[in-house]
Design a protein around this ligand. Structure first.
Ligand SMILES: [Cu+2]
Length: 195
């Protein structure tokens, strides 16, 4: 028992919010849940939470910011970018894992209802903007753009995406067998999370 308590103490220190943090460890906060976070893209090796994997389509220094709010079983999820190529569509989604040294590390699309084992990732029944978080946007003449997804489900500490990935395609496909596809992963922002 004592050991377990000591271990919990250590963990709290490791993830804690700095010196002398005395707030009780926050347990599940199902809702309301909100999160704002931004990052600046850098190449893998120099990146902390914002990664570019294609410096032509997603230049170093591009800023990505998200603003997520969840309340009463519904959520909004906004994405803002500045510094991408001007006047261009970009497909983007929330993904399940943290960003890493290559785009694949961010895992598949976050899904509220996960696709069953016998179904395909690209089945529009699961790969659609009511079950995933699609953030396709179009930049203006300065390379700034934004999008907001309105979602018919809650995002909680336990059911939430860990990253936002920008893809090379100008738009996310919705065609059967190709739903959710959007080409190469060109940029990724890791979202803060506790689980
Ligand atoms: Cu994606």
């Amino acid at each position: 028992m004592l050991l377990a308590v000591a271990a919990a103490g250590l963990l709290a220190t490791a993830c804690g919010s700095g010196e002398g943090a005395v707030e009780p460890t926050e347990q599940v906060t199902p809702e309301p849940h909100s999160l704002s976070h931004d990052g600046t893209l850098a190449v893998p090796g120099k990146a902390t939470d914002g990664f570019t994997y294609d410096t032509k389509l997603a230049p170093v220094g591009t800023e990505m910011a998200i603003d997520m709010r969840s309340f009463k079983g519904k959520s909004t999820f906004g994405l803002k970018v500045s510094g991408l190529l001007p006047n261009r569509g970009y497909a983007a989604h929330a993904h399940t894992e943290n960003c890493g040294s290559n785009g694949d590390i961010a895992g598949p699309h976050f899904q509220h209802k996960p696709v069953p084992k016998n179904a395909s990732d690209t089945d529009p029944k699961y790969a659609n903007p009511n079950n995933e978080i699609w953030l396709d946007l179009r930049t203006d003449a300065k390379g700034n753009g934004s999008s907001e997804a309105k979602l018919p489900f809650a995002i909680t500490d336990w059911s939430r995406p860990k990253s936002v990935v920008v893809h090379a395609a100008k738009k996310t496909s919705t065609a059967p067998g190709m739903a959710g596809e959007a080409g190469d992963r060109i940029a990724c922002l890791t979202l803060p999370h506790t689980h």
